[in-house]
Structures are given as structure tokens and as C-alpha cells.
Design a protein around this ligand. Structure first.
Ligand code: GAP
Length: 467
């Protein structure tokens, strides 16, 4: 049993992005991609533990919003879609960021970010105004220090690609939502859905961001988890909206985020996206400050109506009970998967000073989200009877839980390695195990050890991990 259990001091009050980025790389969560070719800006690879964490978060989301509900069904649409979709949805015309180029060093910047950093003013959308402020305030190039800018102009954020069979460019989808709207008719025709109901999708989205930033916070290729929730046009949309906001916050808490790290930000009317009547972001207090984690919008009937008009196909819903036809309105809760992973890592990151003077870094993930659930150790590597029993137990547990076998170094070092990747339980096979068919199970957070019968081990671990 660990004597230090309640006397350890959390000393991680100032978590920095550097610490998160370094741990993520060192311990196989997230690598900068293409490193052997000197990297590729803003692109990352999820390593072996990162992909487990990512899948666990996706599964949690799917369970909460699809499996556990009778009013939401899933979908998995393509990334390449008919380009008409993006004309009709307004993305080819209006999905823009403001950019400005430094004529000296040729670097490109988000004009609204430059202006906001210096003046604190959010001037998004006002191209002329931003050009004037840059000159008036003599805002210099952050890269080379010169004051020699182009005019501020719009830059469409969609990636284009070429399909051999058609002449016009094809887009990589900038949001997963589009595929949901254009399958609305197929869903009505094939499933017995009744409004209100939702369609959920998890998948990649692509945005040609002028600048990527803050590790996996702002990427060009990222994943979204989105729901389009269809409601009656006359329903009390405000209460449905607020209910969704609470559900989004609950999902954040299930990622291990503390309540005081979450706040709401309502977009002012003049800054709303072209499709939205009301938008509230759920923001998380990242090490670089409060920033958008999830979004919630009332998209009204903008998308279905536009697609119905452009395609000439009816996207109306027939309400048999009230014998009426209408185009449903849509409440859209949207969740960034990469931002969820970053928030989950930041919330879990803990540095502790132990009572014996030692210290440890531990990722205190919610146990059900940890990439590795159980590590199995033989006490000594050079005792074949311990190694054989440990291998047998590892084989049994691995059927039900993601496990790791480790016989390298002393037990203390093995514990620290598992703490750093957030493994909730370490199971050690010692000499008593051979006599009594029991093992020790050590809890990541309390560092307390308990003796558990091998016959009861799987159930013990599953119950304590919550799966
Ligand atoms: N369908 C609505 C929509 O796409 P959004 O606010 O533009 O709304 C939804 O994006 C979520 O996707 C955001 O809340 C954020 O978590 C994530 N996201 C947006 N742009 C991103 C980027 N460049 N990198 C990583 N995640 C991003």
C-alpha cells in the first residue's frame, strides 16, 4: 500500500502548451507529421495512445447522442460531394477569412487577428475598416517587423481538388453537416423517423486556414462530431436550444473538464454565420485562454429550403398526426473532436509532488477514456513462473480491456510510465500470486494497492473503470 496516498500535492496550476505538446510527442499521443521531411505546417499524426484516446472520445459521444437516444440516428457521408451543395449552402460565396500579406517577407496573416491583438476590437467582416486600422495604428509584420501590407481581402477557406471526370473544381467538405442535409430525403424515405429527430455524423472536415495555431486547436484537416436536430417550425426552439447547450456542457464534463473551465459565448447578431439565427459557443479555458470548444446554432430552415429550391426535390416532412407538411427547422450542436482531445489532455495533466520528495506527472483522464486501461507487470523479469502467470492474466484481461504488458525496469519506474499515459490500473503478479491466486491492483489517482482474486479481477477492473 502506498503511504503517500492523501498527502500528495498537485503542483500543476500553470500548465503550459509546451508541456502538453512535449508529453504528447514523448509518450506517443500526437506527433508533428512529416518530420523526416522537415515537417508540414499544422499537420499532426495521432500516435498509438492518441488514436485510442480519440476512439474512446468518439465512442463516448456516439453512446451519449446516438446509442442512448431513440430520436437520433447515425450517418457517414463522403468527404467529396457534389460541388452544387457548397454553392447552395453559401460556402463558395461566403465562407471566407480576411487575409493580409506582408509585401516584404511574403508572410500571410489573418487580418482580423492582427487588428484584434493590437486594438482589442473584433472587426471581422469589415475589410476596408481593417486596412485603415492597420495603417492608422502602424501595425507591423509580426514576422519581419516591416510596415508594408497589401490591402485586406477575403480568402475562401474551402480546399479545392480536381476530379478527372468533371471540369469544375471539387471541394473537400468544410463541415460534415452538408452531407446530412442532402441525405434528408433518403432518411425520411428509409427510416420511420418523426420530428423532432436528429442525424449524427463523425468525420473529417477541411479548412484552408491562413494560419494554424496552438497545436491541434486550429488545423486545416480536423474531425467534427455534428448533429442536425430537426424540429417543427412553430416549436419552442429556444428551450430545445438551451437543452442542447446543457447537453454539450455535460459532454465536456464527461471529458474530465471542471465546471469553472467552461463558459458560454453568444455571437453578436451582426457576427452570425450566414445560416444562423442564434449561435452560442461553449468555450474551454485552454492554457492560451478561453476559446471555442463546441458550437450551437439555430440554422432555421436555411439549408433544407435552399437545397429544395436548388434541386427541385421536395425536402418537406409530412406530419401524419396533424396532417400538415412543412420544412423542419434545425438546431445544430457541433463538437470539434481534436479540440475535445486537447481539452481532455489539458484537464487530465497533473504534476504532483509526493510526500517522499519524489514527483510524478500523471494524466488523470476519466478512467473510461484512458488509452490503456490496465498495465500488467510480473514483479521480476527474471522469474519465469511470475512472467508466465503475468502473461496468462494479461491474455485474459486483454480480451475485455485495452492492456499493456511491461516487465522493463523496477516497479516504481513502470508505475511512473503508466501514470504519464493515464493508465487507471496497474496489476502486479508477485510471489503471493503463485500461492494465493491473487494480484495487487494499484489505482492511478490514489496510488493505493488492493489485493484482488484473479477470478474476480476482470469484474473488479471493469466496475472501477466504469465500462
Ligand atoms: N457545422 C457548423 C460548423 O462547422 P464551426 O463553429 O465552424 O461550425 C464546429 O465548427 C467545430 O469544429 C468548432 O466548434 C471547433 O470545435 C471545430 N473546428 C472548427 N474549425 C476548426 C479548425 N480549424 N481546427 C480544429 N477544429 C476546428
Amino acid at each position: 500500500m502506498d503511504k503517500n496516498k492523501n498527502k500528495n500535492k498537485n503542483i500543476s496550476s500553470n500548465i503550459t502548451m509546451d508541456k502538453i505538446v512535449s508529453l504528447a510527442k514523448r509518450r506517443g499521443f500526437i506527433f508533428p507529421s512529416s518530420e523526416i521531411y522537415d515537417g508540414f505546417a499544422g499537420s499532426y499524426t495521432y500516435g498509438p495512445y492518441g488514436v485510442e484516446l480519440k476512439n474512446n472520445i468518439k465512442n463516448l459521444w456516439w453512446k451519449m447522442f446516438v446509442q442512448n437516444r431513440t430520436d437520433i440516428i447515425g450517418l457517414d457521408g463522403p468527404i467529396l460531394l457534389n460541388p452544387k451543395l457548397w454553392q447552395v449552402s453559401g460556402h463558395t460565396e461566403g465562407f471566407n477569412d480576411a487575409m493580409v500579406d506582408c509585401k516584404k517577407c511574403k508572410k500571410r496573416f489573418r487580418a482580423d487577428h492582427l487588428v484584434e491583438e493590437i486594438t482589442g476590437r473584433d472587426m471581422e467582416g469589415d475589410l476596408e475598416g481593417m486596412s485603415m486600422v492597420i495603417q492608422e495604428k502602424q501595425i507591423k509584420c509580426p514576422e519581419c517587423g516591416e510596415l508594408d501590407w497589401t490591402e485586406v481581402r477575403n480568402f475562401n477557406m474551402m480546399f479545392t481538388t480536381k476530379m478527372n471526370s468533371i471540369a469544375e473544381p471539387v471541394y473537400l467538405r468544410p463541415e460534415t453537416a452538408g452531407a446530412i442535409f442532402i441525405e434528408f430525403k433518403n432518411i425520411l424515405d428509409s427510416m420511420r423517423v418523426k420530428v423532432p429527430f436528429g442525424i449524427a455524423q463523425i468525420g473529417k472536415a477541411f479548412r484552408n486556414e491562413i494560419v494554424t495555431s496552438n497545436f491541434i486547436f486550429r488545423l486545416r484537416e480536423f474531425e467534427q462530431m455534428e448533429i442536425e436536430y430537426f424540429i417543427e417550425p412553430d416549436s419552442d426552439w429556444e428551450s430545445i436550444f438551451m437543452d442542447w447547450l446543457e447537453k454539450q456542457e455535460k459532454f465536456a464534463y464527461n471529458l474530465g473538464i471542471a465546471k469553472e473551465y467552461i463558459k458560454r459565448y453568444e455571437h453578436p447578431k451582426e457576427k452570425l454565420s450566414h445560416y444562423s439565427k442564434k449561435t452560442i459557443d461553449v468555450e474551454y479555458n485552454f492554457p492560451f485562454g478561453f476559446s471555442e470548444l463546441f458550437g450551437l446554432a439555430n440554422r432555421t430552415d436555411f439549408d433544407l429550403k435552399s437545397h429544395m429550391n436548388a434541386s427541385g426535390k421536395s425536402l418537406e416532412y409530412f406530419d401524419q398526426v396533424n396532417n400538415k407538411k412543412y420544412i423542419p427547422h434545425v438546431i445544430e450542436p457541433t463538437f470539434g473532436l481534436d479540440r475535445s482531445i486537447l481539452a481532455c489532455l489539458c484537464s487530465a495533466y497533473t504534476e504532483e509532488k509526493l510526500e517522499d520528495g519524489d514527483s510524478r506527472v500523471v494524466l488523470k483522464f476519466p478512467k473510461n477514456l484512458a488509452p490503456i486501461k490496465v498495465a500488467v507487470f510480473p514483479l521480476l523479469k527474471n522469474k519465469p513462473e511470475l512472467v508466465q502467470k503475468a502473461r496468462e492474466i494479461f491474455g485474459e484481461l486483454n480480451e475485455y480491456l485495452m492492456c499493456e504488458f511491461d516487465d522493463n525496469g523496477n516497479i516504481g519506474k513502470r508505475y511512473r510510465r503508466q501514470d504519464e499515459i493515464g493508465t487507471p490500473y496497474c496489476v502486479t503478479i508477485d510471489f503471493d500470486s503463485l500461492e494465493s491466486d491473487t494480484v495487487t491492483a494499484r489505482d492511478r489517482d490514489t496510488m493505493k494497492q488492493e489485493r484482488v482474486k484473479v477470478a474476480e479481477l476482470t469484474a473488479y477492473l471493469k466496475t472501477n473503470i466504469g465500462i
